[in-house]
Design a protein around this ligand. Structure first.
Ligand SMILES: CC(=O)N[C@@H](Cc1ccc2ccccc2c1)C(=O)O
Ligand SMILES: [Mg+2]
Length: 370
């Protein structure tokens, strides 16, 4: 197929509550939505996982906008009417990394391609479930009481797994209190690279709480350190920021740097690479789960399809829309009575974009030359 039209929409949506991690606090969610139309009139949508500032990873929204316009899209347009999702990665290969920008293009092409074929993401990716259990990510708070109230609210809402953001000074005590207050719920923590090997003894104090995993305790480029840490603590080590490709996954697994992987299509360049990571992990007996980047429904929908693949055996951060937004730009995703969210069944991402709502949150539209 040929790309007939494409545009970037800079979007800002208020968060229902500030979301604080070891790398900063977000009060709104800024993102870029890519809308693509093919010569057959199929519309492809994708949502960027990068943040406004390069604090989660080296990518950020201004950089995505620039690299996509100046270096990535021209390579895709050069394919003429041979554009397919499978050809996106090879066409963009000469540009190093920039996975969140590449994910935007590949996902919009895949959405348009699947809509033309009237095939849901779930069918294409190989989903085996109609609904997936929802976990939730809980930010660092000002006081222990606020944390306990937030966790109680999420458990009442039906979330089947709680993930606590931690950092030095907010780790052992919050976990101890949540364990004491809520018993043997499925509980894990995410440090977003906030610790070093010097903290190994301190992190070993988390072992008594029977956590499912500790996510990305060390720097994103320190696989050796994670392998060393994994020998010093009992809590399973899960990697997020460190894993940007199936090759990274293979290396981390071979080095025993992790025993669980958080898979995020936006971090690894798209759903095709996310599935490759799933396959590499499954071949090595490593469980994976679907991470989140505070996606609106445009990103949440395909993530749910991915989370329904056989190797996604742990609850992910595919929370309900209401976890972050009072008004989503698609119909809201909601938990059912079992704490699960239904995998969209329509063609492509399987949800319709609410154009008026999107327009209300759109700061500016950047037409792209194709
Ligand atoms: C749900 C969750 O914890 N996500 C990321 C961290 C994160 C936190 C805050 C964000 C704000 C704007 C965009 C992306 C963001 C990602 C993680 O797993 O590490
Ligand atoms: Mg994480």
């Amino acid at each position: 197929m040929r790309i007939a039209h494409a545009e970037l929409r800079w979007v800002r949506m208020p968060l229902v509550a500030p979301f604080r991690t070891s790398f900063g606090t977000s009060y709104d969610r800024d993102t870029i939505v890519l809308r693509m139309v093919t010569d057959e009139g199929a519309e492809g949508w994708a949502e960027c996982g990068a943040e406004i500032d390069p604090l989660y990873s080296e990518e950020w929204l201004d950089g995505v906008d620039l690299v996509l316009r100046d270096h990535l899209l021209p390579r895709l347009v050069a394919l003429g009417d041979e554009v397919t999702a499978a050809r996106v990665k090879p066409a963009l290969e000469p540009v190093k990394r920039h996975f969140m920008a590449k994910h935007l293009l590949e996902t919009a092409v895949l959405d348009a391609e699947l809509k033309s074929a009237r095939m849901p993401f779930a069918t294409y990716l190989g989903s085996v479930r109609e609904r997936v259990p929802a976990g939730v990510s809980v930010g660092i708070m000002d006081a222990h009481a606020d944390l306990l109230a937030a966790v109680a609210g999420y458990l009442d809402a039906g979330y089947v797994r709680i993930k606590l953001k931690i950092e030095p000074g907010w780790d052992i005590e919050p976990v101890r209190l949540v364990r004491k207050e809520f018993g043997d719920i499925q509980l894990q923590v995410d440090a977003n690279t906030a610790y070093t090997l010097m903290d190994a003894q301190h992190l070993a104090r988390l072992d008594e709480f029977g956590l499912l995993l500790i996510e990305q305790p060390l720097r994103e480029d320190d696989l050796r350190g994670h392998a060393e840490l994994a020998r010093l603590i009992r809590t399973p080590v899960c990697l997020d920021e460190s894993i940007t490709s199936a090759r990274d996954a293979a290396t981390a697994i071979a080095m025993r740097a992790c025993s669980v992987i958080n898979v995020k299509p936006s971090r690894v360049g798209g759903y095709l690479e996310a599935r490759r990571i799933h396959d590499v992990a499954a071949a090595n007996g490593i469980p994976v789960w679907c991470g989140g980047m505070l996606e609106t429904g445009i990103g949440r929908a395909p993530n749910l399809a991915l989370a329904a693949l056989p190797g996604f055996v742990l609850p992910g951060d595919t929370s309900a829309s209401a976890r972050y937004y009072t008004q989503d730009i698609t119909a809201p995703f909601e938990l059912d009575a079992d704490g699960c969210i239904a995998v969209p069944g329509g063609p492509g991402i399987g949800v319709d974009v609410l154009n008026e709502v999107l327009a209300g949150f759109t700061d500016r539209v950047v037409p792209l030359s194709v």
